[in-house]
Design a protein around this ligand. Sequence first.
Ligand SMILES: O=C(O)CCC(=O)C(=O)O
Ligand SMILES: [Fe+2]
Length: 283
Amino acid sequence: MQIRQLGEQIGAEIVDVDVKRLTDSEFAAIYETWLAHNVIAVRDQVLQIPDFLDYSRRFGSIHPHPSKSTRHPEHPELTLLGVNKFRADGSLDRAIYRRGAEGFHTDGAYDRVPFKATQLYAVAIPSHGGDTLFASMYAACDALPAALRSKIEGRNGAYVYGGRKRSNALLNAEDRDVPPVFHPLIRIHPETGRPALYFDPGKILYVEGCSPAESEAIIAELEGCMLQPGGQYRHRWRKGDIVIWDNRCSYHKAAGDYPPEEDRIHWRVSIKDHDDPPAAEPA
Ligand SMILES: O=C(O)CCC(=O)C(=O)O
Ligand SMILES: [Fe+2]
């Protein structure tokens, strides 16, 4: 097994390994690399669905995504990306084609216990475009101007799935009306102990304890701090890649720019810690 750092502060690549046959010490090395580099790509894997689920369960417990319409029909804990993007009338369903492409975000901020990790396996990759972009929340936190940092220290953001724009197209109607959850804007990573700027402009409703105008001003300022030089990595997919990112310390975004007539299909799982409670089912 070989490990290579990719970005300056984020991203590593692992080659010459088969995740179907990993010893505990090899997995420990992968896990340590992931904690250190936040996003890792394991190349050249040939997997069936049970292999992908088994490997994913080494990182934690896997949870069905709230978007029920994009779950695999026999494996609800598996989300399908890029499947059924054309409707029966031939029109492109942009919510599927551009899923994750509206802006940098972290997965699961709308959940009381947000996802620890998201893992994708590349089943089909277009001839060009379709990259995934990553950025470090540690780098964003380190770069916060002192005045802004003191404004948000100890404060929570309020989050719902669709955020201020109510972007709920992938949710069933009965799952759209859910009360917000709260997370500290500077959140300490439970495993590394490092502070991260935990912020998602697409899912935040407001900053707790501020006037609406103050809250909007803070949100706009924070949005400008998310991407830092040296804190970014762009993944160019190859079929057979497994990529896992740490939602507690990284943002990501799909480029959303590949030829829509070509396939770009991933299997996807949402991972929590083994002892985290499941999401509350919407009332
Ligand atoms: O398709 C991608 O590149 C990433 C999509 C995304 O945001 C996600 O799966 O959480
Ligand atoms: Fe995402």
